[in-house]
Design a protein around this ligand. Structure first.
Ligand SMILES: C=C(CC[C@@H](C)[C@H]1CC[C@H]2C3=CC[C@H]4[C@H](C)[C@@H](O)CC[C@]4(C)[C@H]3CC[C@]12C)C(C)C
Ligand code: SAM
Length: 363
């Protein structure tokens, strides 16, 4: 072959490879967000670095003092986090920002859907009921629950960028008449007392510095007799504070997921009762016979390398903002800590509580 033809052939093959990587393969699970669309939420491109170091500065002060002194800064810190990660989550995971137990012979997408529909079933959701999604992300669970049950769902998230993404997904799914999204703080919600028939939170209340603040708000906006289901991130009784490996995994999970501090499993029902709820059911959905929720993270190592490469190339070409690579590396580390948390059994992201506001609760 002529050297010139050889050069052209190689160039064409290289282009085809990049095209396939970025536009066709797109992500670990293609859900509408492509690598070329990666942004950093509402952060301007030249501010990404600043915001990323701001995010890390939250963890610099010693944990004991940080808890009290920074509780009021947590919503802004969580908002920054979701500006940084929302597009990467959508691109590499999908529209539902949570885990679910693996199901034999079923895809991740199906397992996710089953985990979400369980919420609707526990709430006895049906047409005519109005549900609240506490910390709704870009609305994956909201759409699944609305479609499965026929209920209306109102979601709240602290992150404006997610509100816009969720509204656009709701429109595309033809569910915008049933699903509404509001930007706000779930510890001070802009809803009247007793305005919802049911409520749920999926892997979201772990961002609250005091669980009382969010459970108290959910209690206030629920009608008497209304049910609330929450999937909570907690440490299990297997966690040992004197085991350095345990401590490293839990701190790694907190740092990579914008958590002011993970709670213990036994704290959840206690807080629920403290704010006035009856505890109807409590169960760690990760316990056997459930299959591991973390295999999806573990089996994707190859995808991570591919994703990392795509992101580096796009930042070099200035298609993706500078800083995406750092955030992606942080998530890669986090995946490792989450996997260790799952394998050792010291952590679960799906401690389920079903709570009821007593029928005779005073308004
Ligand atoms: C509930 C929360 C988020 C849970 C999960 C949805 C996310 C936790 C860690 C995330 C990820 C880790 C590795 C990323 C990978 C390096 C990248 O190539 C593709 C995206 C990841 C798989 C990403 C996806 C979302 C998570 C699994 C918290 C915040 C309370
Ligand atoms: C891990 S995501 C889960 C999203 C959604 N439940 C899902 O499963 O796809 C956590 C969500 O909680 C929201 N959140 C965290 N702190 C919040 C706060 N103080 N007020 C409102 N939303 C908050 C985040 O903005 C994000 O949407």
């Amino acid at each position: 072959m002529e050297p010139a033809t050889m050069a052209w052939t190689l160039a064409a093959a290289g282009f085809a490879l990049v095209y396939w990587f970025v536009w066709v393969m797109g992500a670990a699970e293609v859900q509408g967000k492509r690598a070329v669309d990666l942004q950093m939420g509402s952060i301007a491109d030249d501010k990404v670095g600043d915001r990323y170091s701001q995010y890390w500065s939250f963890f610099r002060s010693p944990k004991e003092t940080a808890a009290a002194a920074t509780a009021d800064k947590v919503p802004a810190f969580v908002d920054t986090f979701y500006n940084l990660v929302t597009d990467i989550y959508e691109w590499g995971w999908g529209q539902s920002f949570h885990f679910s137990p693996s199901l034999p012979g079923r895809s991740h997408r199906e397992a996710t859907r089953v985990h979400e529909e369980r919420v609707a079933d526990l709430l006895e959701a049906r047409p005519g009921k109005r549900l609240l999604d506490v910390g709704c992300g870009v609305g994956g669970p909201m759409r699944a629950i609305a479609a499965h049950s026929g209920s209306d769902v109102v979601g709240i998230t602290i992150n404006e960028y997610q509100v816009n993404r969720a509204r656009s997904h709701n429109r595309k799914a033809g569910l915008d008449a049933q699903c509404e999204v509001v930007c706000g703080n779930f510890m001070a919600m802009p809803f009247p007392d007793a305005s919802f028939d049911g409520a749920y939170s999926i892997e979201a209340t772990c961002h609250a510095p005091r669980l009382q603040d969010v459970y108290g708000e959910v209690f206030r906006v629920l009608k008497p007799g209304g049910l609330y289901v929450s999937y909570e991130w907690v440490t299990t009784p297997l966690y040992r504070a004197d085991d350095p490996e345990h401590v490293e995994a839990i701190h790694g999970i907190e740092r990579g997921d914008a958590l002011p501090g993970l709670r213990r499993q036994d704290e959840i029902a206690a807080v629920a009762k403290e704010v006035g709820f009856e505890v109807v059911k409590e169960l760690d959905l990760a316990l056997p016979p459930a299959l591991p929720w973390w295999t999806r993270l573990k089996m994707g190592r190859l995808s991570y390398w591919r994703n990392s490469l795509v992101i580096r190339a796009l930042t070099l070409l200035r298609v993706a903002p500078k800083g995406v690579s750092e955030v992606h590396e942080m998530l890669y580390e986090t995946a490792h800590h989450l996997t260790r948390g799952g394998e050792t059994g010291i952590f679960t992201p799906m401690h389920m509580v079903l709570l009821r506001k007593p029928a005779a609760a005073a308004e």
